[in-house]
Design a binder for this molecule. Structure first.
Ligand SMILES: CC(C)(COP(=O)(O)OP(=O)(O)OC[C@H]1O[C@@H](n2cnc3c(N)ncnc32)[C@H](O)[C@@H]1OP(=O)(O)O)[C@@H](O)C(=O)NCCC(=O)NCCS
Length: 233
């Protein structure tokens, strides 16, 4: 079963790479965690501490530690902290060994100008990372469940997240923590003309996503990309 899943994902990735010069696609499953229900426990193989940073609460420390793990440029970290996002950082002793982000605001891009809509009692967990040498120890589950608890303490009711169907390592978390899948979103972009086809199953795309460029991107395109139709641009 595992072997078949590996071959299938390999096949999908190969197809995607072959067609990359002409078109590119993503398929995301969208998951929802109801914070009013009992929350799952992490399944790390050994004790891992976690701290959630947000706003002025030690943001210098968070900035340095995320940067030190080497997967995110400083400007991107700055943008996220500036937006008011929270980041959960896992520690083995005092060494940072993984993180996951949580945003409370609309506008974050899923892909191809398709953007999350977030209501006042909701959040979106995104971009988890564990350094390669430390993977497979359940650290992902520690940062994810810490953000669930943090969000509940802040009074949020629901947390959402997206996982690419090609990301088996991330998908394993959704299965093990039994997160409910609410939608599947398919995005296909034809390169050159930048035409995008969007399709959702499980719920209408516009119930959770808007389409268009934001801020400086919209200005740079002369406003052409803003609020394009959900079915294509
Ligand atoms: C996704 C990610 C955060 C998972 O972190 P993690 O702490 O290794 O998660 P887990 O320990 O729960 O392991 C997840 C799966 O990966 C497998 N795995 C991946 N690398 C492994 C390794 N080097 N050793 C052992 N198992 C590994 C595990 O067996 C597990 O699968 P299973 O539950 O079916 O057995 C990590 O793989 C990562 O940083 N990937 C790159 C960035 C990314 O894809 N982020 C998510 C999308 S935003």
């Amino acid at each position: 079963m595992l072997r078949w899943r590996g071959l299938f994902l390999f096949f999908l990735l190969t197809i995607r790479e072959i067609f990359r010069p002409i078109l590119y696609w993503y398929i995301f499953h969208i998951f929802a965690r109801d914070l009013k229900k009992p929350l799952p426990e992490p399944f790390a193989k050994e004790k891992v501490d976690v701290t959630v940073y947000c706003g002025e609460n030690n943001s210098e420390k968070a900035r340095a530690e995320v940067l030190g793990m080497g997967d995110l440029p400083a400007a991107e970290i700055e943008k996220r902290l500036g937006r008011g996002d929270a980041v959960a950082i896992a520690y083995d002793e005092s060494k940072a060994v993984g993180y996951m982000w949580l945003t409370f605001t609309s506008g974050m891009e899923l892909a191809f100008d398709t953007r999350w809509m977030v209501r006042s009692d909701e959040g979106v967990k995104y971009d988890s990372f564990v350094p390669r040498k430390l993977r497979g120890r359940g650290i992902h589950s520690v940062v994810s469940t810490a953000l669930d608890r943090y969000a509940r303490e802040r009074g949020l009711a629901m947390l959402f997240s997206s996982i690419s169907v090609l990301n088996a390592q991330s998908m394993s978390l959704a299965k093990r923590l039994k997160v409910a899948k609410t939608m599947t979103v398919i995005l296909v972009r034809v390169r050159g003309v930048k035409w995008t086809w969007r399709k959702a199953t499980g719920a209408p795309l516009e119930s959770r996503f808007s389409v268009g460029l934001v801020g400086h991107e919209a200005a740079a395109s002369g406003g052409k990309g803003r609020a394009a139709s959900v079915s294509g641009e």
